[in-house]
Design a protein around this ligand. Structure first.
Ligand code: ZN
Length: 353
């Protein structure tokens, strides 16, 4: 919890461990963070049954006690329940272990319970593994909550490589999306005087360029690809911590993804929707949208509405709705003034529909 009132606070992870087949190191990793109380793992049933034995052994070797809180969804009521559970049980740290949901619930619960949090991703589907923002359903806002970044990130590439390929492709889509996110931030700086942080923007932009390079060899060595995508996702989340805002990670393409969550719920993954939307938004920015589309195709990320089970009309509706999702977030959609027909034309020209 941050009580600083003046100046620009940068919140960054204290320790990041990335390696192949390192799960037995987890207890040592926590000990190095000087945890002196019991640890709460927040995760889903499947992850619990897959990793509990080896984690138990590692925690015992490191003389750390722990409990599990099994969750099924990332909703406001689950988050409230986990933060109350933490406050009444005197834990010293929360570990979010799993895909996006468990990490997001642990991140926001720990923030509300004023406890440190460690991110232990089991897939590389979006940059929430390292960012200070959490997406929770059932709230009155369709975009992310502000929380704290993880104190530590523990990324076992062996575990992450075993996740379905679709999740990795989604992580690639979330990385490509940084190109339009940064362009939107530049536009907000130029047109509405918004504070622009060059270092954070450059770091996030670099992550998208790493993905472009990676896309050229994507299927040749999965372990290398997973590692590069994980490192890039961590970097872009760190960029958000440096900026103190989601601006380096999230622009018009993210607003469209959030609007799709409302217009066509439960279709498509976050990174898939952001990646596809970035194709159309990059054309509005005058960028080489075909280059972005080709990179997405190379990493098997959807580029057309039919790939993720939404209709052309739903995407048009989402783009129409997007500027109202966060009215204070200035993007290319504020200057483009698109009506439904021009949205349809844009999507058709970029092969999104
Ligand atoms: Zn994202």
């Amino acid at each position: 919890m941050n009580s600083v009132k003046k100046g620009h606070l940068m919140e960054l992870p204290s320790r990041v461990l990335i390696g192949y087949d390192i799960i037995e190191e987890f207890g040592n990793f926590l000990n190095d963070l000087a945890i002196d109380k019991s640890v709460l793992f927040v995760g889903g049933k499947r992850v619990h049954s897959t990793v509990n034995d080896i984690i138990a052994e590692s925690m015992e070797t490191s003389e750390l006690s722990f409990d599990w809180k099994i969750i099924e969804n990332a909703t406001t009521s689950v988050t409230d329940d986990v933060s109350e559970f933490c406050k009444s049980n005197n834990y010293g740290l929360i570990v979010g272990i799993g895909g996006g949901k468990s990490v997001d619930v642990a991140k926001l619960s720990s923030y509300r319970a004023n406890l440190p949090f460690v991110s232990f991703p089991t897939s590389a589907s979006h940059d929430g593994i390292s960012s200070p923002f959490a997406s929770i359903k059932g709230s009155d806002r369709p975009y992310s909550f502000v929380a704290s970044p993880p104190l530590g990130i523990f990324a076992d590439i062996k575990i992450i490589s075993q996740a379905p390929d679709r999740l990795l492709s989604s992580g690639c889509g979330d990385l490509i999306a940084k190109i339009t996110a940064i362009k939107d931030w530049e536009l907000a700086r130029d047109n509405s005087g918004e504070k622009f942080r060059n270092y954070a923007a450059s770091l996030s932009y670099m992550s998208s360029q790493i993905l472009f390079d990676e896309s050229l060899n994507f299927s040749s060595n999965k372990i290398d690809s997973v590692r590069n995508v994980v490192e890039a996702l961590i970097s872009t989340g760190v960029a958000a911590g440096i900026a103190g805002s989601s601006r380096p990670c999230s622009g018009s393409e993210h607003l469209i993804s959030h609007a799709l969550d409302i217009v066509s719920p439960n279709n498509g993954l976050h990174g898939e929707k952001c990646g596809m939307a970035s194709i159309a938004m990059s054309k509005l920015h005058g960028l080489d949208w075909q280059n972005i589309r080709n990179a997405l195709l190379r990493v098997n990320c959807p580029t057309n509405v039919s790939d993720i089970g939404i209709t052309a009309d739903e995407l048009i509706e989402a783009i129409n709705l997007a500027p109202t999702i966060r009215p204070e977030r200035y993007t290319i959609l504020n200057t483009a003034n698109l009506d439904r027909e021009s949205i349809r034309k844009l999507l058709s020209e970029t092969s999104c529909i």
